[in-house]
Design a protein around this ligand. Structure first.
Ligand code: SF4
Length: 316
């Protein structure tokens, strides 16, 4: 059961945070102005590259409302908003969310991360990044912080399959992810992995293969996303030209449950479906309905008499 008395069929972030800190902890989004190496500006000043689904502005209100503000001011503003929406929120994790938040020299990383940790209501950091932007010098900075504070690295992967990484224009392969994962794990830093279910041309077997790999690696947490078309992306162009098909809510919920049944119960499921800002979402329309995916997934778990980890063998 969660704090609202609802039954959980998978390990939620809220429950994991309460166990860790003994109170309700929320992530407050911060935009420290990092760039992404997968995005570049051509000779004519046009922004090129990037993942086809990515519009950094859609990640969170932070980039749209307070980008350019000092980190502490962003945290103050974010906490005020979160407390208004979630009066039970007591402490906060500073979540460096948009773009690639290890993409800077180590001294700059240290300064920015430590600035966030100075906030009296911040109990730790969560840092979103790419697997190919985790040099040892950045990991040295993170290891020091991790020895004293809660620290989680959120690494974007999306799929283990090369055809999907190519389609999404990720700009790295799966081997790069595994290398980064193992180097971060050796340093005892918590790892969250971002994945997309419903990438065109991925079969149910492909999705189950991704689940099997996650069961083998056992990250500390996983964020699941449905493929979501947001304004201002290449995916939006494909969608408007009928070049991609998205999963229906029912299809997504079925494969999400297939996936979760193969993930060990100690792995926290931080997110169960995409959460782009509503005014940015073009499709699927069900992505705009709060808790639609969660409710559908819970119903499937009930009907199957199942839960996260149902098919995980004792060896995991
Ligand atoms: S999703 Fe992440 S890695 Fe991909 S373009 Fe956006 S910021 Fe860069």
């Amino acid at each position: 059961m969660d704090s609202n008395g609802e039954r959980n069929f998978y390990r939620t972030l809220g429950a994991a945070m309460r166990r860790e800190f003994g109170c309700n902890v929320w992530k407050v989004s911060v935009d420290a102005g990092f760039s992404c190496p997968n995005v570049y500006v051509d000779g004519g000043g046009k922004i090129c590259g990037g993942c086809i689904f990515c519009n950094i502005d859609s990640f969170s209100p932070s980039r749209r409302l307070v980008a350019g503000e000092p980190v502490l001011a962003q945290i103050d503003a974010g906490i005020i908003q979160l407390k208004r929406r979630y009066p039970k929120a007591q402490k906060f994790i500073a979540y460096f969310q948009p773009s690639t938040n290890t993409n800077a020299p180590p001294e700059r990383l240290k300064t920015i991360y430590n600035e966030a940790l100075q906030h009296p209501e911040v109990v730790g950091l969560s840092i979103g990044t790419r697997p190919d932007v985790l040099p040892e010098a950045a990991l040295d900075v993170l290891t020091k912080i991790s020895a004293e504070k809660y620290l989680q690295l959120e690494i974007g992967l999306q799929s283990i399959h090369q055809k999907s990484l190519d389609f999404l224009n990720r700009g790295h392969d799966y081997a790069v992810f595994v290398d980064a994962f193992e180097r971060v794990r050796r340093r005892n830093i918590r790892i969250g992995v971002h994945l997309i279910l419903g990438i065109p041309n991925e079969s149910r077997d492909d999705i189950i293969a991704t689940a099997a790999e996650m069961a083998r690696l056992q990250p500390d947490s996983i964020k699941l996303h449905n493929l979501c078309v947001v304004r201002g992306t290449r995916l939006a162009d494909y969608w408007q030209n009928d070049k991609v098909q998205l999963l229906t809510l029912e299809e997504y919920a079925e494969v999400a449950v297939d996936f979760l049944e193969r993930i060990p119960q100690n792995v926290v499921i931080e997110r169960i479906a995409s959460e782009a800002a509503e005014d940015y979402i073009i499709a699927p329309t069900w992505s705009k309905i709060k808790h639609a995916a969660r409710n559908k997934i819970n119903n499937i778990f009930i009907n199957r008499k199942s839960c996260q980890g149902k098919f995980v063998s004792d060896r995991n």
